[in-house]
Design a protein around this ligand. Sequence first.
Ligand code: F6R
Length: 612
Amino acid sequence: MCGIVGYIGFRNAYPVIINGLKRLEYRGYDSAGLAIINDNYHIYKYKGKVKDLEEKTKNLNLTGTIGIGHTRWATHGEPSDINAHPHISMNKKFIIIHNGIIENYARLKKRLEDRGYNFISQTDTEVLANLIEYIYLKGRVTPEIALRLALTKVCGAYGILVVCTDEKETLFAARKGSPLVIGVGEGEYFIASDATPIVEYTNRVIFLNDDEVAIVKKNEFSLKTIMNVPVTPVIQEIDIEIGDIEKGGFDHFMLKEIFEQPRAIEDTFRGRLSIKDKSITLGGLYNVMDKLINAKRIIIVGCGTSWHAGLVGEYLLEDLAKIPTEVEYASEFRYRNPIINEDDIVIAISQSGETADTIAAIRLAKEKGATVIGICNVVGSTVARETHAGVFTHAGPEIGVASTKAFTAQITILTLMALLLGYKRGFLPKEKYEYYINEMFEIPKKIEKILNQHEKIKELAQVFNNINNSLYLGRGYLFPVALEGALKLKEISYIHAEGYPAAEMKHGPIALIDESMPVVVLASNKDITYEKIISNIQEVKARKGMVISIITEGDEKISKISDYCIEIPEAPDILTALLSVVPLQLLSYYIAVNRGYNVDQPRNLAKSVTVE
Ligand code: F6R
């Protein structure tokens, strides 16, 4: 939510900031702004996209070696020029950009108003700018001290970049809850919400921790806590190529990421699944393996698509490893005072590693003594750093707001975990374990086969041209896929879609079915409920519903009674989620494109939900 980028060094900051904002736009895109600082400062900010900001500023010949930029996902105050960042304090001493929410902003604002401050925007960020300025002017302290003192008064979350107009050669960065990464170049620094704007300049980065403030000058860098305790920065090398964050010839990031899935899954199991030795190794879980093997209960937490992956994980862990498993929305888990025992294992799933609710759930589980494992896609992210152990999905940066390759990569990890635990706990015989390892190895090729049907799926998408509602049905491993398919459709095409366990249809949703209601049915011939799914299809047909079935190759029984079919290669039931979701991703994509929507930046959404 909101992307922030800053530069200080010897280059002209303007192109660095504009390019950085383009890379970060997936984090929020209702308004954008920048400030370029030289002997003076120049602030431009508008409602709209980064390209609107670029259009309005590109001929202004903005030059300066310090710059900050922001792309917004509105929290306080509607998207408008005035509410866009950067914000400047009333006496023009501090310029600030902010990602997060200042929860006590109303109280702070009132206090500042009582002391003569006027506000021009509705944002919490302007309150912070004025608070820093008030302390600076009233206390006659340095900008750094004013910033640190102000931050001690703030409740909530922030990743901020601040420039004091009296000390224009310094850029301050601070974080609590919202991520910030500092790229370390030769005589220059790049600061951003994530590494995507940085990797084209350097792969050496510092991940800021909560309650830290970085004081960054052209050739100088220091780090301390807001309580003024010096911190030694740890520089890490990140492994992201520029190609990973570009569209590479595809029309949209989402399409590129759907097509990347064979590679993403292979990268995720590379070095972990050995076809030669018929073994699975999860190095990141080494320290907690005994606890996992003896676990009495696993609780999986996540949000959105990651929560759906968690549901597949529940089926896998109970089925293969026989460990009682529950899946919880992180947002519910964190506030409902859950019963957590010290021998519980909590698995937190998050693509970004920065989802506020998931992080809060991790902290709660740790507080209660549980062992917490992360499944996460972003190295250096909060989830990766705050969990006791974990496994990275190596899906590569996911930029499309609708999650696709992260989902299949998360399920890949959960499958490896469940297989390994099933084997080690003695519930999965060696031959079965080796059979599944072989089958898992085949999954990328099978996904290629599904992707090759993209033209057919594109054509099928036309069926949805005038549709406003749809139903997705699945059972067993394919129930979470039905939920995920429905989520994909609604978030990018704005068509109302509901996912249901197929058998639940007759307990209510069946009332919705008529000839204008497409029902997408997920059916695997390996599922024990296969015959029951056929009955569910008949029930839809009897009410003139239109049935689109995702079936196993050669399944004539279902193809005969369906209006449309997409075939997926045969696979054991435990692996069908990995395959069945792919046609649903493509279907949603083409439906949204047919409707003329920007699939990478759906309305009201943003990648990486760093606010509650
Ligand atoms: C849906 C989607 C979201 C995310 C959710 C969790 O396509 O992308 O539902 O899955 O916001 O995000 P992460 O996985 O980053 O914690």
